[in-house]
Ligand binder design. Structure first.
Ligand code: DGY
Length: 336
């Protein structure tokens, strides 16, 4: 007899054999996420939730799920989960780091190169019947080799992006909450600079920082004004890090040359958004981690976290390990 009840909020690309042995598993069958109200009802009867970044796991939900033992999110980012409330409830939250690092870094590079060399515009040009002859100044873009790359957030994915940049002999600047270890800087040949300097000196700026209160609208009018007019912005992190109204103005007025974004705010971007009228913007539907291998590994990792949480074991990849502190330690921490 399965011991636990589990809800998985979307179909996943793997079989659930091991999970099925210990839990009765409900899989939300639709392409769209379960509406919040539905989630609120279902959470009352489950021990474990496997969710995605499109599910809003807020205080009300966490407090309603009184039998919950674990939240396991199939994503590395977890800005949709109220970690403070999870902590207050001593509820471990799992995520899926590392396994999507290369896929995401590859895609940041895909966007960077496509924007620099105007691949999407060129494709539209050919399909639109505009290709008449070879022209010396047709669809020109900047050199990537030897350019300056500014990386905002030199964590796992930022570092993977920097490793790829070495092959293009780029000068690498990075801005980060904290300076990285000298060995990391040396191996990547990356220079720690202020955010302002990064904006002013970079030919390409790529965002790899989590969404927090501090990074919300990190890129707005003032930041675009500091960037080179030839600069190209890449965002594969989270949509709200960039103020999209300001981005529209910056692209429209050629304050910056181009942008390529895989994430927007809101998601999906409304089809009437003015951004979609711009030729110097490439936009994709949050697919940076969408290699088959990465998504399978993310799903496996999310299930492993879920099973561990159900069985009362430490999650292999937990975003709030403070829930494992014994209560006296917790009191010490809260007093310090
Ligand atoms: C994540 O994991 O946070 C990505 O945005 C989706 O893969």
């Amino acid at each position: 007899m399965p011991k636990f009840n589990v809800l998985v909020t979307r179909r996943l690309p793997i079989a659930f054999d091991q999970l099925n042995q210990i839990a009765s598993v409900e899989i939300w069958p639709e392409r769209q996420p379960p509406p919040y109200k539905v989630l609120l009802e279902k959470i009352k009867a489950i021990d474990g939730l496997l969710c995605l970044l499109t599910d809003q796991i807020d205080r009300q939900l966490l407090e309603t799920g009184t039998s919950l033992k674990v939240i396991s999110q199939m994503a590395v980012g977890y800005d949709n989960v109220d970690i403070q409330t999870a902590n207050a409830r001593h509820l471990p939250v799992g995520h899926t780091p590392d396994v999507l690092t290369n896929a995401t870094a590859d895609f940041a590079w895909t966007l960077l190169m496509a924007a620099a060399r105007r691949v999407v515009e060129a494709d539209r040009f050919v399909r639109g019947g505009q290709w008449q002859t070879w022209e010396p100044d047709l669809l020109l873009g900047p050199d990537i080799t030897g350019a300056t790359l500014g990386i905002v957030g030199l964590g796992r994915i930022g570092q993977a992006v920097a490793r790829r940049a070495k092959g293009f002999e780029m000068r690498i600047l990075y801005a980060n909450k904290h300076q990285c270890d000298p060995e990391v800087e040396q191996s990547l040949n990356a220079e720690f600079v202020t955010f302002d300097r990064l904006l002013q000196e970079s030919d390409f700026v790529t965002i790899h920082t989590p969404l927090t209160e501090d990074t919300y609208h990190l890129f707005s009018e003032q930041q675009f004004e500091q960037m080179k007019r030839s600069a190209i912005l890449i965002n594969t992190a989270r949509g709200p890090i960039v103020d999209l109204d300001a981005l529209y103005q910056a692209l429209k007025s050629h304050q910056i040359a181009a942008a390529a974004i895989d994430v927007t705010d809101p998601e999906p971007i409304p089809t009437q958004s003015l951004l979609l009228t711009l030729d110097n913007l490439i936009i994709t539907p949050h697919i940076a981690s969408a290699s088959r291998q990465a998504r399978e590994k993310m799903a496996r990792m999310a299930i492993a976290n879920l099973i561990a949480g159900l069985q009362g074991k430490r999650l292999p990849h937990c975003v709030n390990p403070e829930v494992y502190l014994i209560s006296s330690e917790r009191e010490d921490c809260s007093m310090s």
